[in-house]
Design a protein around this ligand. Structure first.
Ligand code: GLN
Length: 466
């Protein structure tokens, strides 16, 4: 079974490397790289944890699977006593008062956080260029963007700087950078993993999820982070994903697939991506698996519904950043002025665009025509998913309509950047589990809620036939 976690575990127990040396190697690789993936390096926390692991190994005590395994976390997660900036100027000096539940669970299992990863500011973006810390560069070609918003996390995994990383996905931010850097990335079912301690972007679609080099690692990390949390009322209990899903036996009719015709109606789709996807469908059909063509909403409707809701929620969530409650305060002539100057000087253009857009769709005279309509469409989209999953048990699609953009390109046209999220945002609105597999230009595999096991099982099968 391929697994970076297992590799590290075996090397540690065989005493091929000490945990302190392993952590020091990873940290120095991150520091010396030109990809710009790190906002803050967690030397002190990491070294202290590594020494504790080394002393257990020295005393021949048993260590757990995740003990001593280095991981990265997107810089939107709180880790007590450490910086958490959301890649913003506003919070560049903010220190977390507590630790996010998902991160705490990993650390309780012994995994070692080594880096707070560069990303689009507050999750706003698809390229990891909207950041106070400078753009992240793609792991495979530094002239290309890393994808976003969890760009630093995907690059760290692809480069081997972390054994796995924890991204955040509101409308595609784990899945799209995973595709651009050729690694796996899972957006789990909404509510499977607690959002407590992650900076809120759009609370009704924000998800915590893993980015890793193998399906086994995705399984282990998802299980470790899942579960009901009293601090997040949207969380639910879930059944752990069993290792047995990776057996090669597949029952007749175990997979019944669908894909959305409307995803290909858009004339802007890259022909290479389209052909690649069609080729994959025919390989799947050759294995005797049914693949149905399904009707779905136009991708422009998905993108507009998502952006209306996401902007409305982020305008509301970011109201707390005023230089008084949170963030750097810039003094003007009185409290109103302080607030206005602090916000206009500290937010990026992209974030301001979203706050203004979100405030507009929520304001009197507009909310009925725009926000209420988006809520209506959201319910229609969710209803359509429900009916599709009574007909098929998996939906597959490409991750993006276009190949990875070059650095700087997307900054010129924000609308075009929003449209590049055409294939990821719908599954976020559905709250569904969706995995990016690094095959070809990236394939997304989606199932009905709480069916992560089926998603991973199919991905394992797909890997074997591609
Ligand atoms: N690119 C999308 C956006 O900017 C998704 C971001 C995310 O999932 N955080 O909203």
């Amino acid at each position: 079974m391929e697994s970076e976690i297992l590799k590290v575990h075996n090397a540690l127990i065989a005493k091929n490397i000490s945990c302190a040396d392993l952590i020091a190697d990873k940290i120095s690789a991150i520091r010396n790289s030109s990809n710009n993936t790190a906002n803050f390096i967690l030397d002190d926390v990491a070294l202290e944890m590594a020494l504790a692991v080394d002393s257990k190994i020295k005393n021949d005590e048993e260590i757990g699977f995740l003990e001593g395994v280095p991981f990265g976390l997107k810089d939107v997660y709180l880790l007590q006593g450490c910086n958490a900036s959301g890649s913003s100027k506003f919070l560049k000096d903010y220190i977390s008062p507590y630790t996010a539940t998902a991160i705490k669970k990993l650390m309780d299992a012994g995994a070692i956080p080594v880096v707070k990863e560069n990303c689009d500011c507050f999750g706003h973006g698809s390229t990891s260029e909207n950041t106070f810390f400078g753009p992240v560069k793609n792991a495979l070609d530094e002239n290309l963007v890393a994808g976003g918003s969890s760009g630093g996390s995907a690059v760290n995994v692809a480069k081997g700087f972390t054994a796995f990383s924890i991204g955040g996905d509101t409308g595609g931010s784990i899945r799209q950078p995973a595709a651009f850097n050729k690694v796996y990335g899972l957006k789990p079912t909404y509510g499977r993993i607690s959002r407590f301690g992650i900076m809120a972007y759009a609370s009704s679609t924000d998800c915590v999820g893993p980015i890793a080099k193998s399906l086994e690692d995705i399984r282990i990390i998802t299980n470790a982070m899942s579960g009901k949390d009293i601090h997040d009322s949207t969380t639910t209990d879930s059944i752990p994903i069993p290792e047995s899903i990776f057996c090669d036996k597949i029952a007749d009719n175990e997979f019944c697939l669908g894909y959305y015709k409307s995803f290909f109606a858009n004339e802007n789709i890259d022909q290479g991506i389209k052909q690649n996807f069609e080729g994959m469908i025919s390989k799947i059909r050759k294995k005797g698996i049914t693949v149905k063509e399904l009707e779905f909403f136009d991708t422009n409707i998905l993108v507009s519904t998502y952006y209306v809701l996401a902007m409305a929620e982020t305008a509301s969530n970011l109201a707390r950043l005023d230089g008084t409650t949170y963030g750097e305060r810039i003094l003007g002539e009185g409290i109103k002025d302080d607030r206005a100057i602090s916000r206009s000087e500290n937010f990026t253009e992209e974030t301001k665009r979203r706050i203004v857009g979100g405030t507009q769709v929520l304001s009197h005279g507009y909310s009925h025509g725009i926000y209420t309509k988006a809520r209506f469409l959201l319910r229609e989209i969710q209803r359509k998913f429900q009916s599709d999953f009574s007909e098929v048990n998996l939906v597959i699609s490409p991750v993006t309509p276009n190949p990875t953009p070059r650095m700087g390109e997307s900054l010129k046209d924000p609308l075009l950047m929003y449209l590049s999220d055409a294939y990821t945002v719908g599954f976020s609105l559905g709250g569904l589990p969706t995995l990016t597999c690094p095959f070809g230009q990236g394939v997304q595999v989606t199932a009905d809620k709480n069916n992560e096991a089926l998603v991973l099982k199919f991905a394992h099968f797909l890997k074997s036939i591609i």
